[in-house]
Design a protein around this ligand. Structure first.
Ligand code: GLA
Length: 745
């Protein structure tokens, strides 16, 4: 097509789009009734938004009939302001705090207009509010998906005053929850123990969940929560509201219970030490808060997060992940050509599809022999790898697998050429010595600085343009922001440090994805520091934890699965005794746990026995069969490891319910143990499923191997799982686990 013709078509298309959007907008403004229904296939949020009045939240839950909506007010609704601003009624918590340009600290917002527009798979509602005195606007935005049960909400704050205003609080969203016996489920942890589940009833007072790491945000607490509205949380029954703040930086989640019948839930960027000077005409957009509702318990809410995440958030959420070997726990910094080649040959021989070379491959003036130097000097260490990255990529090719590489691009060390050249690029408080991290030398680069952004983009750009066959990047981040000070930001913008860091991070990630849309990228941050829906639009997966101990992973992966799908959870078979907790587990147990996530290996294959290798080879081949069910299926958590039954069990069911994978792990061993018989869930009661055990080590098959049962039977009765494996006496140990593959006939 000729250039002018293309331009005319483009121009016409743009005019048409504008006309359609004006019509759609006008239509919605004209028809905007007081009650605004923001609906997904199964849920809805109802607001009252009269022009000239404050907007109010009336309902969030299962989708209602027209009659019930018409009579909602009479039935009793919260009548809470949909986005309470600070200033009048000061004793209440607020979603927004503003100091106007004349010093007035009060804000009063009233609805000016409501518009609803269509996106291809979602409806977007915008409730625009104006301060009653100042030309200061806040728009509440809601995106309701039409094919998954998720509503994303965010706000856009616009300053049309003549001078800057200061934002002292800027939540993404707010929701009142009717009190009763409401419980909160959230994730808590630390390095090597991330994603542990905490469940507690909401009581009077304020519950705050927050992060102030600066760079990463999910080591300690997570920015996702679930509320069970009908008493003690149940996995497969009861009403649940789930909320996930889609942000990579500091956050604050508050649940305030005062003297009313409501718990008030607020979520947004953590405003602590982050006052934001909003310039005249500037718009501040908050991150999205994703809200879901399910009446199928916690697992139901998880399924909603997983479906939405795979379809709309996660990078390549519709593509199967490769089975990989990562070099870290196998060789640590001891990188060399023969060693890498041997690991590639070994993983290829076991049926793996990708090899990832971890830390230790770079540094010329300061070779990276340990963790105290060279971050920023992303040049290959020719003493270790004389033939460079290109040779490794070629070798991988020869072995019939793909090649991946580790980088930590946001960081440097005081012992590095980069720091010698650019000391002004690090985050540092003026006049003060820098606080250093890992290795006693690590520092964080100031991503708010566009020159640093160019540098960080350049690291990936150089690697991938020089070696286009690199298939995978492990992007690490091993230090919090420990010094408050930007050498780039002006004096009056020092409080923007955290926010600008994450804007810079987003800008770099956008550039990388525009240039390299297909490369797989893992978000690692000293393990699970970057498990959040803020980064996953650019990242394909995250490293759940540096702790690869199978038993502790059951607990961590259980919690993490509340909000994140298996396809995003990197889960590796590692050596025993485990390098973090020094527990000795069987290879079968390690395989059966790793196979419930995105399977990989993190081990020196050279040190494995032939028998272990054979079992891994079999597991990899069987994982390939179940991969679509694990990575795209629906999760049903059955028996929680946290419930002290000495076992845990969960399953994935394909969306068509024609295949399922059932996991059973014993978590304790006592003589004369009596474990519950586990009822399955999520199957089609009328279908018949044939049972096959995977990763079998027993000398004799299970009694039901190859037999068929109806979904109804499996869900009402389940199958007896033997407490021990039937293996030769000298092979017995205290570990027991099963993976059953159910295929509909
Ligand atoms: C972090 C990561 C590990 C590994 C090391 C390398 O700790 O979490 O997986 O990559 O860095 O230094």
């Amino acid at each position: 097509m000729s250039q002018p013709l293309r331009l005319v078509i483009l121009y016409n298309a743009l005019i048409m789009k504008r006309i359609i959007s004006i019509l759609a907008t006008a239509l919605c403004v004209l028809t905007a009734s007081a009650q605004i229904r923001i609906a997904t296939p199964g849920t809805e949020l109802i607001l009252k938004a009269d022009v000239g009045a404050e907007p109010q939240i009336q309902y969030f839950g299962e989708r209602l009939s027209d009659t019930d909506v018409a009579n909602l007010q009479a039935a009793g609704v919260p009548n809470h302001n949909a986005y309470p601003a600070y200033g009048l009624w000061c004793a209440s918590e607020a979603s927004l705090g503003v100091t106007h340009s004349d010093g007035n600290m009060s804000t009063v917002l009233r609805v000016e207009s409501v518009t609803q527009t269509d996106e291809p798979t979602a409806k977007v509602t915008r409730i625009k509010m104006k301060d009653t005195v100042y030309p200061f606007y806040v728009t509440l935005c809601y995106r309701a998906y039409q094919d998954v049960d998720m509503i994303e909400t965010w706000t856009e704050i616009e300053n049309l005053e003549k001078k800057p205003v200061v934002l002292t609080r800027f939540d993404s969203g707010y929701l009142p929850l009717r009190a009763g016996d409401v419980w909160i489920s959230h994730l808590h942890g630390t390095w090597a123990a991330e994603g542990l589940l905490v469940q507690e009833p909401l009581d009077r007072g304020m519950r705050v969940i927050k992060n102030k790491d600066g760079a990463r945000n999910s080591h300690t607490d997570h920015s996702e929560v679930m509320f069970s509205l009908d008493g003690k949380p149940q996995e497969n029954t009861g009403r649940v509201i789930g909320a996930a703040l889609c942000y990579s930086g500091n956050y604050e989640i508050r649940v305030d219970t005062k003297d009313t019948d409501y718990h008030e839930f607020y979520a947004g960027i953590n405003p602590d030490n982050s006052a934001y000077n909003l310039a005249a005409k500037e718009i501040f957009k908050t991150p999205e808060l994703a809200l879901t509702f399910s009446d199928e318990g916690l697992s139901g809410a998880s399924r909603n997060f997983h479906r939405w995440g795979r379809k709309y958030k996660l990078a390549h959420g519709d593509k199967e992940r490769k089975i990989l070997l990562n070099s870290w726990e196998g060789v640590y910094f001891d990188i060399n050509e023969p060693g890498m080649d041997q690991m590639m040959a070994d993983i290829a021989s076991m049926g793996g599809e990708l090899f990832v070379m971890d830390d230790g491959w770079f540094g010329v003036k300061y070779p990276r022999l340990t963790d105290n130097c060279a971050l920023g000097d992303w040049e290959v260490d020719r003493n270790k790898l004389p033939n460079g990255i290109g040779w490794l990529v070629e070798q991988a090719h020869k072995h019939g697998i793909k090649f991946g590489i580790w980088i930590e691009p946001e960081m440097t060390n005081t012992t590095s050429e980069l720091y010698e050249k650019h000391p002004e690029w690090v985050i540092k408080a003026p006049e003060r010595e820098v606080v250093k991290g890992r290795g006693g030398t690590q520092l964080v680069l100031d991503l708010g600085n566009p020159e640093v952004q160019d540098f960080v983009f350049g690291i990936v750009d150089d690697l991938l343009s020089e070696n286009p066959e690199i298939d995978y990047i492990k992007w690490d981040a091993n230090m919090p922001i420990s010094n408050h000070g930007s050498q780039y930001l002006s004096k009056d913008k020092q409080s923007h440090l955290y926010i600008e860091y994450h804007r810079g991070f987003a800008a770099v990630c956008d550039r990388i994805r525009a240039a390299y849309p297909d490369v797989t990228i893992q978000a690692c941050a000293s393990g699970g520091g970057r498990a959040n829906w803020g980064v996953l639009p650019w990242f394909d997966e995250f490293w759940v934890s540096d702790n690869t101990d199978a038993l502790q992973r059951i607990y961590m992966q259980w919690g993490t699965s509340y909000f994140f799908p298996a396809i995003a959870m990197a889960s590796h078979i590692s050596a025993t005794p485990n390098h973090t907790v020094f527990r000795t587990t069987s290879i079968k147990y390690r395989i059966d746990v790793a196979m419930s996530g995105r399977l990989g290996m993190e081990i020196q294959p050279k040190n494995m026995t032939e028998e272990e290798k054979a079992l891994c080879r079999k597991a990899i081949s069987e994982y390939k069969e179940i991969r679509p069910v694990v990575q795209f299926g629906d999760i049903y958590r059955l028996v929680s490891p946290y419930d002290s039954h000495n076992m845990a069990s969960m399953m994935y069911v394909s969306p068509e319910k024609d295949g399922a994978v059932f996991y059973w792990w014993k978590t304790e061993t006592f003589y004369d143990d009596h474990l519950p018989r586990v009822k399955m869930a999520g199957l089609d009661p009328s279908k018949t499923y044939k049972v096959r055990e995977l990763n079998r080590i027993d000398n004799v098959p299970l009694p039901y191997e190859g037999l068929s049962f109806t979904g109804k039977f499996l869900m009402e009765n389940g199958l007896e799982i033997p407490l021990k494996h039937k293996v030769d006496y000298h092979k017995q140990d205290d570990w027991s686990s099963r993976v059953l593959y159910l295929v509909a006939e």
